[in-house]
Structures are given as C-alpha cells and as structure tokens.
Ligand binder design. Structure first.
Ligand code: EPU
Length: 432
C-alpha cells in the first residue's frame, strides 16, 4: 500500500493533530530532563540512599535508571520521586546497548572516576544533530589527573589521584562542565573551571553536589570553583523546572493563540526566549507561580540565532521555526551549536512550509496556513515542533516516531489536550 495520507498510518504509534486554538487554561511544568539525568549520575559519587523529587516520567529517565542498574545501583520510582540506593561496590561499565539509547549516559564518566576511580563507557556515536564529539570532556578530565583512551568503541578512564587544577574549556560544553564538576568534587585541591557552561541545570547540579557535602561555587556563571572534599554523603533534592518544556507550551500559545499559565515555569531561565516571543507578538508576564502567555493575532517574523545559555537555546529552535513558518514575513534562523539540527525542516516542507536551508542558516517565509500531512519526529524537540505545526495546519497531521517525544516530554498530548488542543495519542491498530 502506498502511504500518502495521515490515515494510512494506523499500524504505528502516532499522535494525531487537528487545527487547534485558541488554547486556554494552565499546565504544570515538570522537572528538567537535562538536570535529572545528571543528578542521577551524581548519585554514583558515594554510597547511600538518595531521593530526587519532581522527576518527569519520561523514557530518558528510564534508560538512565537502566544505566545505573547496570552499574549495580538500585533505582525505584515512588510517585514523582526517584529513590536511588548506591551500594559500596559498583562496576564502572556501561555498554553500547545503553549508551546508544541515551547520549547523556556519558555523564557517569566524571562521577565514576571520582566514586571508584575507573570507568568503561561505550561511546554513544552520532545522532540526528550531526557530529557530537566528546573531546572537551576528555581534555577536561585529563586536566585533573584522569587518563582516558578510546579503544574498541569504549572510553576507558582511570585515575589514581584526582588533582584540582585550573581548567579552561575550549567551548562552554554542558556535558563537559558537568563531568568535570562531578569529578572535581573529590580532587585534592581546587579546580577552577573557566569558560564553563552556565545553564540552570548546571546550577541545579551544583546545589545537589553541595547538599552532598561538596564545595562548588559560581555555578551558573562562566567560572565555577570546586574545592575538593574528602567525603560526600547522600542528598534529597527537588529538580528545577524544565525550561525547554515550558518553552514548548509558550510556543504552543504562539502557534495556536490563547491565554495559558505555565505553573512552576521560571521566567528568569527563559529571558531571551520570552523576549523573542514578544518580538513575534506573544505577550509573556510573570504569574503568581510561573509564567502567563497570551497571543491573540497572527505573529510576526523575527530573526533567530541560537547560542549557549543565556542565549536562545538550540532546543527551542524547532519550536520557533514551527511558529515562524506560519508568521507574517520572512525570518532568518541561524543554528550555532549543532551542525545537523535542521532535519525536521523537510517534514515542515511536507506540510507546505516555505523554508530554505543553507549550511547553518534557514530562511523561513511565513505561509498563511500549513496543510496536515504524515510527518516524522526526528528527535525530541523536532517531534514537539511537529505537533505544534499540526495545530496550525488544515486537516489531519499524523506525527510518527513518537518514541522520540516520549524520551523528553511527560504527557505532551495530555497537557496540550487539557489546554483545548485537538491532539490524540493512538496506538497500533490494524496489525494482522
Ligand atoms: N562539543 C564538542 N566537544 C565536546 C562536547 C561538545 O565539540 O566534547 C560541541 C557539540 O558537538 C555541540 C556543542 O559543543 O556542537 C554543544 O554541546 P554540549 O556539550 O554543550 O551539549 P550536550 O551536553 O551534549 C546538552 C543537552 C542538549 C542541549 C545541549 C545544548 C543534555 C542531556 N543535553 O547536550 O539537550 O541541546 O546541551 O544546550 O543535557 C535535548 O534536551 O533535546 C538536548 C539535545
């Protein structure tokens, strides 16, 4: 059977989206995926029972749970908390079968080195964003006394004595900053990380590490100081709100119009994103416990350029491109972090968008309306962007490969549906 219509995909897990809006009501923002994954890794630093609260119910957290279990740690979910018991004896091995499912599993490198002095972690390989090397992680860990080599697809890392040192990162890599912070907690002396990444998830990790008895200061700025300590102990911590999930619901208001409150969202973590939305015509304001967003008219084109935090997050770019594809005017979008992060544009083209890409730029000419089509989610954020695009399209949009969305969004369909969007999650039918 030739598959050309959204209705032809009833044998696949999918999200069906119909024209939606205006949206109305409030939505609770979950804990940040990109924080909790690193907090879980930090539990390898020392023996004992940890509690992490406000943990989103998403696939990436489940896979990270499997990574910890493989290492010998027990992980249980109790409501929205994770209880993690790290015994005295653990292994330092993470196989490819796990790392290929979750790039962030490399976050265990730093904590394993500080916790047991060795790690053998399979390299995760590339992904839909293009080339994703780990050279900055390696250089950072070597700068405090670790030895790393890559052989047979695995990273072998060992250390006898972690030694605090000044470390200048070549680029403010989120993952490298976190690995180095975790490893440096147990070093002799002080590690000063210069050109550190400044993301709120890094500040959240520092709060967790300090609750464990570490001495980390400056997280959230480009200079982080980690004074090594002899001992750490378990901690109980509540995860910071997910700024990218919040951005997704703000973008949904941009696409579909309406008035929505995002409970628990942190406006200060989304300052430039909100400013960009304002430029397009979405009003955002501080609410009692979050952010309120209002959009009543067709939005205006705006130029967009991604940068490390506090710049415009690369993770919000597919959402903004979905908005701009139906905004009034021409926008230039520039991706400065991940070379391959424009794959979803082909899906928007299938929906009638007018977008031209050239290297790391895209020129988006807004059309009046998209037209519903079967489209694929190429990654977590691109998947969410397809759902938003479907809300601004005539007819039925069927989003396929929804497992990507499940990796990073807790109940995207339920939350959008509670705001009045016409979205449905459908399972496998017609399987003979
Ligand atoms: N880079 C290197 N060498 C390295 C590390 C990074 O060249 O050793 C380059 C990367 O190739 C990329 C840039 O530096 O071009 C940024 O990478 P970074 O290390 O900062 O990102 P990451 O830690 O791999 C995290 C988030 C991503 C988010 C980026 C940027 C997690 C689990 N992932 O990735 O989130 O896009 O920071 O903000 O924290 C997502 O949530 O969907 C997601 C992809």
């Amino acid at each position: 059977m030739e598959r050309t219509h959204p209705e032809d995909f009833t044998d696949q897990e999918r999200i069906e989206v119909r024209p939606s809006g205006p949206l109305e009501g409030s939505v609770v923002i979950s804990g940040a995926k990109n924080s909790v994954l690193k907090l879980m890794a930090a539990c390898l630093l020392t023996e004992g029972t940890f509690t992490i609260r406000n943990v989103p119910d998403i696939e990436d957290v489940k896979v990270m749970g499997d990574v910890l279990r493989h290492i010998g740690v027990s992980v249980h979910r109790a409501d929205n908390a994770l209880v993690i018991q790290r015994p005295a004896l653990i292994t330092g091995e993470v196989p490819y079968a796990l790392t290929e499912q979750l790039r962030a599993s490399t976050a265990v490198l730093g904590s394993l080195l500080a916790g047991i002095g060795n790690a053998r972690v399979a390299l995760p390989g590339g992904d839909d964003f293009g080339h994703r090397p780990i050279d900055i992680h390696v250089a950072a860990l070597e700068a405090i006394g670790c030895r790393l080599k890559i052989s047979g697809g695995d990273i072998y890392a060992t250390v006898d004595n972690l030694v605090g040192n000044p470390v200048l990162l070549e680029y403010p890599s989120v993952g490298a900053t976190e690995n180095l912070m975790m490893a440096a907690t147990r070093a002799t002396g002080t590690t000063v990380i210069d050109n550190a990444a400044r993301e709120p998830e890094i500040a959240d990790l520092a709060v967790f590490l300090n609750q464990m008895g570490a001495k980390v200061s400056g997280a959230g700025t480009s200079t982080i100081c980690v004074e090594g300590v002899g001992e750490l102990h378990p901690a109980d911590h509540t995860v910071v709100a997910d700024r990218i999930e919040a951005a997704t619901y703000l973008a949904a208001v941009g696409v579909a119009g309406g008035e929505v409150t995002l409970e628990g969202a942190r406006g200060d973590h989304l300052a430039i994103f909100c400013r960009k939305l304002e430029e397009m015509g979405v009003r955002t304001a501080k609410a009692a416990n979050g952010i309120m967003a209002t959009a009543m008219n067709r939005l205006q084109a705006a130029d967009v350029s991604t940068l490390p935090y506090p710049g415009l997050p690369t993770d919000t770019k597919p959402l903004l491109v979905a908005i701009l594809s139906v905004a009034d005017g021409v926008s230039i979008v520039t991706e400065n972090l991940f070379s391959g992060r424009f794959r979803y544009v082909d899906e928007l083209l299938r929906m009638g968008a007018d977008i031209r890409t050239e290297g790391h730029h895209a020129v988006v000419r807004g059309v009046k309306r998209l037209s519903g089509a079967p489209v694929r989610a190429h990654d977590i954020r691109a998947g969410a962007a397809m759902v938003l695009a479907g809300m601004a399209a005539e007819g039925l949009t069927t989003v396929l490969d929804v497992h990507h969305i499940d990796r990073g969004y807790e109940n995207l369909v339920g939350k959008l549906g509670s705001l009045g969007a016409d979205v449905q999650r459908l399972g496998v039918l017609d399987v003979c």
